[in-house]
Design a protein around this ligand. Structure first.
Ligand SMILES: [Zn+2]
Ligand SMILES: [Zn+2]
Ligand SMILES: [Zn+2]
Length: 165
């Protein structure tokens, strides 16, 4: 059974158009958020540089009408709810958690940085990355330094399974 979702911003039902001005509507020209993209100014050739009339006044009623016609001709994008899911294990609507930007970029490979991960998968990816870094460091050590590092690790009583590989 398919449940029809409701837009949390404008209240429209899935499959229908948002109310114009809804912050969830996508622009049919560029795919970005309709209320914040620049297509209206590009398409209507409106100058919005600082100091220009439109910069401080926004669209005139006539321009707004022209824009709505352009949107209509192009075909506005109806509301369809695409669920968030973990890009790794596929869990639907994973619990959100915060990772500092720098940390995220450090551990997540570039082409995956815009994806969403659940907490468990993030931990796993981070562990893989840490293990690689650890191996790289160990690879650069002299035999002597390596054995004293391993001895130091052993004295920390880290379980074998976490230090192997
Ligand atoms: Zn909406
Ligand atoms: Zn656009
Ligand atoms: Zn996951």
């Amino acid at each position: 059974m398919v449940k029809r979702a409701t837009c949390h911003d404008c209240g429209t039902k899935e499959g229908q158009l948002h109310i114009l001005g809804c912050d969830m509507e996508r622009c049919p020209f560029c795919g970005n958020q309709l209320i914040s993209c620049q297509c209206v100014y590009k398409k209507l050739r409106i100058d919005v540089s600082p100091g220009a009339w439109a910069y401080s006044h926004g669209l005139t009623d006539a321009q707004q009408k022209d824009w709505e016609k352009l949107l209509g001709d192009k075909g506005r994008i109806p509301f369809v709810l695409y669920p968030n899911l973990c890009a790794k294990c596929g869990t639907l609507w994973p619990e959100m958690f915060l990772v500092p930007d720098a940390e995220w970029k450090h551990y997540i490979e570039p082409q995956m940085q815009r994806e969403m991960l659940c907490k468990a998968c993030y931990k796993q990816v981070k562990a893989v990355s840490l293990r690689k870094a650890f191996q790289r460091i160990m690879g650069e050590l002299t035999l002597e330094a390596k054995s004293s590092a391993l001895a130091a690790l052993a004295s920390l009583k880290v379980p074998e399974s976490q230090t192997r590989n």
